[in-house]
Design a binder for this molecule. Structure first.
Ligand code: GLA
Length: 384
């Protein structure tokens, strides 16, 4: 394992353990989490690995294969938001948030390796936080329930790293199960496992990294959150989750806020429709899910306005080449597209890959990357 060799070369000796936290893709429900709505993510096979060992004293050292010039070291008792910047703010933030929740975090050395492309919208930051959280709690013998770890890692991201995300990504990384998607009610935080095994229905999931990098720190994400809060305020409801149908959004006179609200209410409905289809499969379950995916893309593009040109072209090319449906996933403005394709290579993945690659080449864009997604398990120890 590459995290282990990095550990040996940076810190000497052997790690006490190795933990893996997966990235995620989201089947349905985008920009609904911070509106108290529903999301339906699943964990990926790929993730962030942390090889770690306890060390005496109160210091935490972290290094990463993706940031080779950087060895970050902090005093565990001197951590505060704003004191650590860049990638190291995520692991440092986890140590800070664990301590803030009353846990005694041990001194440790952690070597990180990410198997997720950065900026691809597959939640590499949440995976980094969750891998660090499992390493630190295991090394310290801390018994922290997963649901609490979700809150702690999210707090690290929101308050320490200063990124105003919702609760979906950390929940996916810590709570998902192989062969399932996770239905999360972001208001009650009730989570349930929904059987999701496209291969059993001769379907497959193809992730298309459009190579347009997505950053949640650039302000647009925060602006969308503020618009949703303003829309809810004008409608006189606690949050957009409380809208039950799209017509209710029509009373908003501001056209931008009306569009934002319409996206949220229709995407929440789409989550529940996909869940109903998966729980009660019929002959055309995946065809129906595909149509909902494509509808969601249009809603994210036209109503929520978070899509980007490479995503629109990838969706269009995938559909033309036989995908049952496709949409952008994650926060938007860059990152990945999820396409639902027939599983047989000659009908599905092959032609879709070729079509998307060709469409990008004709426009002179960087070639996209493809990743086959299979709903996988949540964060866990992976050695021994
Ligand atoms: C990012 C955030 C999530 C969620 C999505 C959009 O991935 O981290 O909390 O808001 O964007 O659905």
């Amino acid at each position: 394992m590459k995290a282990v060799s990095l550990f040996r070369s940076r810190f000497g000796g052997e790690p006490d353990g190795v933990w893996l936290a997966p990235g995620r893709a989201n089947l349905m429900g985008e920009h609904t989490d911070y509106n108290d709505g529903f999301v339906l993510p699943f964990a990926l096979g790929q993730g962030v690995t942390a090889a770690a060992a306890r060390r005496p004293g109160r210091r935490l050292a972290v290094c990463s294969r993706q940031e080779p010039s950087d060895l970050a070291e902090f005093d565990l008792d001197g951590l505060a938001p704003g004191r650590v910047t860049g990638w190291a703010a995520y692991p440092a933030g986890v140590a800070w948030a664990l301590a803030a929740a009353g846990h005694r975090v041990p001194g440790a050395c952690i070597a990180i390796d990410s198997g997720l492309p950065a900026g691809a919208g597959l939640s590499s930051s949440a995976a980094l936080e969750c891998a660090t959280a499992l390493a630190l709690t295991s090394l310290g013998g801390l018994d922290v329930p997963r649901a609490d770890l979700v809150t702690i890692t999210r707090r690290a991201e929101n308050e320490f790293a200063g990124v105003p995300t919702g609760i979906m990504d950390q929940s996916a990384s810590l709570l998902c199960r192989a062969g399932h998607a996770l239905l999360l009610d972001c208001r009650s935080l009730e989570a349930s496992q929904v059987p999701f095994d496209p291969a059993a229905a001769d379907a497959g999931l193809l992730l298309i990294n459009t190579r347009a990098r997505h950053e949640l720190t650039d302000g647009e994400y925060g602006r969308r959150r503020a618009e949703c809060e303003e829309a809810a305020r004008r409608l006189g409801i606690p949050s957009l989750r409380d809208l039950t149908n799209a017509a209710e959004a029509d009373s908003l006179t501001d056209p931008v806020l009306r569009r934002r609200a319409r996206h949220v209410v229709t995407d929440n409905q789409r989550v529940l429709e996909v869940v109903a289809l998966l729980r009660d499969p019929s002959g055309d379950t995946y065809g129906e899910i595909g149509r909902l995916l494509t509808q969601a893309h249009a809603s994210l593009r036209d109503d929520f306005e978070v899509s980007w040109p490479e995503a629109d072209v990838a969706v269009e090319a995938a559909l033309a080449a036989g995908a049952a449906g496709a949409r952008m996933i994650g926060g938007g403005f860059g990152g990945s597209v999820l396409a639902l394709v027939p599983a047989a290579a000659d009908q599905g993945r092959g032609p879709v890959r070729d079509a998307v690659t060709g469409a990008f080449a004709r426009r002179g864009w960087t070639a996209p990357e493809f990743l086959e997604a299979v709903p996988a398990d949540s964060a866990r120890q992976v050695d021994g």
